[in-house]
Design a binder for this molecule. Structure first.
Ligand code: CTP
Ligand code: CA
Length: 224
């Protein structure tokens, strides 16, 4: 069971992993965020390090920590900061796994002072953030690039579209429909879809075990 950890299949390999939510500032005291805990990404980072990898974990706001000398955590807040950090490390990476729940939109303008309540209705204009994963897919050389997909309908079809559109080697489809899957839980239910479009479903498992399933797929595909 633990043999795979002892063999250090990722010795000498550099991993870039994103995790957690991003916070997009509205004014000095408010932001737009989401319920991501970062648990899945942190579990992948720690497990990869236990398998011998040298990991850079770019984390949005999360209370989690990792006590492993082979995981360097870079803490960021916004999607833009995460984008910049990811691009800084992507070149030197062998494997990049983007598990962060990045905000798709940010406030078009950040108010410099706290916004006071005045009118009964208040409209906030939003601007699309840059897609970090897609941008790495565009410049990818030999990196094995992994994305996540959170879908609530036409799950496999949408995940396959994302895999292609973002030039990925693997997409991890996260099902929110199943009990024991999702953001705050310690378990997750995933389906792996590779470049061959083959789908591999897994049962609900602890996130640590899910991390191992994902990493074992990467070992098979990269002959690590
Ligand atoms: N992602 C990213 N940068 C963004 C948005 C998403 O890197 N600005 C990454 C996520 O980390 C994830 C993948 O893209 O690995 C898919 O995220 P998801 O939210 O499922 O898909 P989107 O492409 O954002 O499309 P939509 O939310 O409309 O389904
Ligand atoms: Ca999204």
């Amino acid at each position: 069971e633990n043999d795979i950890l002892k063999k250090l299949p990722f010795r000498g390999k550099k991993f870039l992993i994103t995790a957690g939510p991003t916070y997009e500032a509205i004014d000095p005291v408010r932001f737009i965020g989401n319920h991501s805990s970062g648990k899945m990404g942190y579990a992948i980072a720690e497990t990869a390090a236990q398998m011998g990898a040298e990991v850079v974990l770019i984390s949005g706001p999360s209370v989690l920590k990792i006590d492993n000398d082979f995981v360097k955590i870079i803490r960021v807040t916004s999607a833009e900061e995460m984008y910049n950090a990811a691009h800084k490390y992507f070149d030197k990476s062998d494997v990049a796994i983007l598990s962060a729940a990045v905000a798709d939109y940010r406030p078009s303008e950040v108010a410099s002072e706290k916004i006071k309540k005045k009118t009964d209705n208040f409209t906030l204009q939003l601007t699309k953030t840059k897609d970090i994963l897609a941008s790495l897919g565009e410049i990818k050389k030999n990196q094995f690039l992994v994305g996540f997909a959170l879908e609530t309908e036409n799950e496999e079809e949408n995940a396959k579209l994302k895999l292609k559109k973002k030039n990925l080697d693997l997409i991890v489809l996260n099902s929110l429909r199943d009990k024991g899957a999702g953001f705050k839980t310690d378990t997750n239910k995933i389906t792996l879809i590779g470049k061959d479009n083959k789908t591999i479903p897994f049962p609900v498992k602890p996130k640590k075990e899910v991390a191992k399933d994902i990493l074992e797929y990467i070992i098979e595909q990269t002959n690590a």
